[in-house]
Design a protein. Structure first.
Length: 335
């Protein structure tokens, strides 16, 4: 039973029996993510005061400029997760390959793999726009006692045992699910504690916001163009409001609270879309479905997609259930 003003630590202990295979490890894992989030939040909020703005001069595995805070956030999450006897492997959007982590007894006894985007929307840091971190947790499928392999990371999204995000904005929030609803916790910066502020978060079935980079409209498939025009029609409860921040965590968070759809389709510029299935789409889809929303690649649920590679990209339509269904209608009709 959720109680407002409960701390994240109290909530984890109270709900531990609801975690799959509950022996305490997943609770420790969420606590490790909580610690990393507080460290990254501190760095994000002092970004304008020290030399951690701008590009690091490095290129990540997707061919994108790494921001200095990307590198720092990546290091903090890896450090926090490896310091506990829980995780047997880590995959990050900022790393070329997955990282094998042995247990302290050197017998590979740890049970969980974590995939994460350490700082989503990092190109917005220099202009002081909200950014976030996204994480996804799976139970390993290779035998305990052996090192993890690629198959542990290339599991369909429905196999997730936990997923969540942290949004570093006017207030810092950690939102997560373990398959039993979605709860949001707000950080009290004065004492460094997360408190339950948004219990049992739910997407409205319908919404009035669509979030898409309309600057790429000319490159979109015909079905997506038709759906955007549908959103703009002066008819019934339309036109909808266009709101696009360019930070997935921020756009997703607003739409879950107010009702809306986030769209990042394939295009003539990127035939597979831009967002990463494992680090962004799967965890957000898991959260969306647990909150009564929907997430699709335009034709099938994101959580049913079988991953083919660690950094796979995929089209992404996510939000209020009826809005995603309508977008799929247009795609099916015109594509």
């Amino acid at each position: 039973m959720t109680k407002k003003n409960q701390t994240l630590g109290e909530f984890i202990i109270e709900n531990q029996k609801a975690f799959p295979y509950s022996t305490g490890e997943l609770s420790k894992l969420i606590n490790a993510i909580r610690l990393a989030a507080k460290v990254v939040n501190y760095e994000v909020n002092k970004a304008g005061l020290v030399d951690i703005l701008g590009s690091s001069g490095e290129i990540n595995t997707q061919g994108e400029d790494q921001q200095k805070l990307d590198v720092l956030a990546n290091e903090k999450f890896i450090q926090s997760l490896t310091n506990r006897e829980i995780v047997c492997g880590i995959a990050s959007e900022e790393e070329d390959d997955f990282v094998v982590i042995n247990s302290h007894d050197n017998n590979h006894q740890n049970k969980y793999v974590v995939l994460f985007d350490p700082l989503d929307g990092s190109s917005n840091i220099d202009v002081n726009v909200s950014v976030g971190s996204i994480f996804s947790v799976y139970r390993r499928i290779t035998p305990i006692g052996t090192p993890v392999s690629m198959e542990d990371f290339l599991q369909p999204g429905r196999q997730q045992v936990a997923a969540g995000y942290v949004i570093y904005g006017t207030s810092t929030m950690l939102v997560y699910t373990t398959g039993h609803g979605v709860n949001g916790f707000t950080l009290n910066p004065a004492i460094g504690t997360f408190y339950l502020s948004h219990p049992n978060m739910q997407y409205p079935k319908d919404g009035r916001i669509y979030s898409v980079n309309e600057g790429n409209y000319v490159h979109f498939p015909e079905g997506v163009k038709k759906y955007i025009k549908y959103c703009q029609e002066e008819k019934d409860d339309r036109p909808y409001t266009s709101r696009y921040i360019g930070s997935l965590v921020s756009d997703f968070h607003r739409n879950m609270i107010k009702g809306g759809i986030f769209i990042y389709p394939k295009s003539s510029l990127s035939n597979n879309g831009k967002l990463r299935l494992l680090y962004e789409c799967n965890p957000m889809a898991f959260i969306a479905e647990q909150a009564g929303g929907s997430a699709s690649d335009g034709s099938q649920p994101i959580l049913d997609v079988v991953p083919a590679s660690l950094h796979q990209r995929i089209p992404f339509f996510c939000g209020s259930e009826n809005m995603v269904a309508k977008a799929e209608e247009f795609i099916a009709k015109y594509n």
